[in-house]
Design a binder for this molecule. Structure first.
Ligand code: R5P
Length: 316
């Protein structure tokens, strides 16, 4: 019996299938159902005793049901005497809750880390989480992969020579710098202020954008509000109406595709950490090979030192 087994939760079976193909292994068989009251029911249909169990489940919307499903998978594997349980969480929901906004607020990223460890997860693999703090909430190993190389290589020939790489807020500056390491263009940063819980304002732009096209980069697009305000601010500052948007995670909630469907935005490029539905400007690149590489390293006897750290390493 092969030592490694890869299960897919129901959040992204397409990506799990692509990872399994990269590894040339079949997906593990499991049954996931919901009880009438919404509780999740998971049954592993094959033995995991002493095996290396990988469970791929992004905790994307609906975040809480997907998270509980991951917990159920881990708990089932632990009780069935799995050798090691690795949770592959390509998109880590709640990662944005990495500090208290105010007194008497929770830090949900920390609570989720505790929940996964309590369920028996021994190791976590994730991709471009919102902030590197996430690693600090785990007592177990965590591999923080980055899709920046994959995304940047996929679009570098489409970024005009005179373009700038734009971080829509200070938090995205490091990410933008890493894009700039691959696509050699100047970096521009926007200063964003939160006007209300749901709305933000660009207060000023650091860098020269006049008559230049732009590659706008971020870790995620949720409602599309941040990117849309960035596009409007760039246009207001005289940038060329030729923009590409790239982000690792495309949640596209609350009419985001509509907000980004403006003539100045040529294309929006995201990865398949989250299942995407087609819309005309959207392009998707796969992180299956990135994840398969992480699995190979996790089960391999040694780290392949020939792989550049940037291709596998942390987001920071
Ligand atoms: C915030 O700091 C993040 O990096 C993203 O910019 C933000 O979460 C995107 O959210 P939305 O698309 O709703 O503006």
């Amino acid at each position: 019996m092969p030592q490694i087994i890869l299960f897919s939760g129901s959040a992204n079976p397409h990506l799990a299938g692509a990872v399994a193909r990269e590894l040339a292994i079949p997906l593990g068989r499991a049954t996931v159902e919901r009880f009438p009251d919404g509780e999740v029911s998971v049954h592993l249909n094959e033995s995991v005793r002493n095996r290396e169990v990988f469970i791929l489940q992004p905790t994307a919307p609906p975040v809480d049901p997907n998270l509980m499903e991951l917990v159920a998978f881990a708990d089932a594997a632990r009780r069935a005497a799995a050798g090691r349980i690795v949770a592959i969480v390509p998109y880590f929901g709640y990662a944005r809750s990495d500090k208290r906004g105010e007194r008497r607020d929770p830090i949900m990223a920390s609570a989720v880390a505790a929940m996964l460890q309590g369920a028996g997860v021994d190791h976590v693999v994730t991709i471009d989480p919102h902030s590197p703090q996430l690693e600090g909430y785990f007592r177990i190993p965590i591999d923080t992969l980055s899709a920046v190389t994959t995304l940047a290589l996929s679009l570098r020939h489409r970024v005009p020579q005179n373009a700038v790489i734009v971080a829509p807020d200070v938090g995205a500056l490091r990410l933008a710098t890493r894009y700039a390491d691959i696509i050699d263009r100047p970096v521009v940063v926007m200063h964003k202020r939160r006007a209300t819980a749901r709305a933000t304002l660009v207060t000023h732009i650091v860098g020269d954008v006049e008559h230049r096209p732009a590659l706008i980069v971020d870790d995620m697009i949720s409602t599309g509000e941040t990117i849309r305000r960035c596009v409007d601010a760039l246009l207001g500052a005289g940038a060329q109406p030729e923009m590409i948007v790239a982000a690792t995670h495309g949640l596209f909630l609350e009419g985001a595709p509509h907000k980004l469907d403006v003539v100045s935005v040529r294309e929006v490029v995201v990865t398949d950490t989250i299942v995407q539905t087609f819309w005309p400007k959207l392009k998707t690149v796969s992180v299956a090979a990135l994840i398969a590489g992480a699995i190979n390293r996790a089960i391999g006897p040694t780290v392949d030192e020939s792989v550049p750290f940037e291709a596998v390493g942390t987001t920071d």
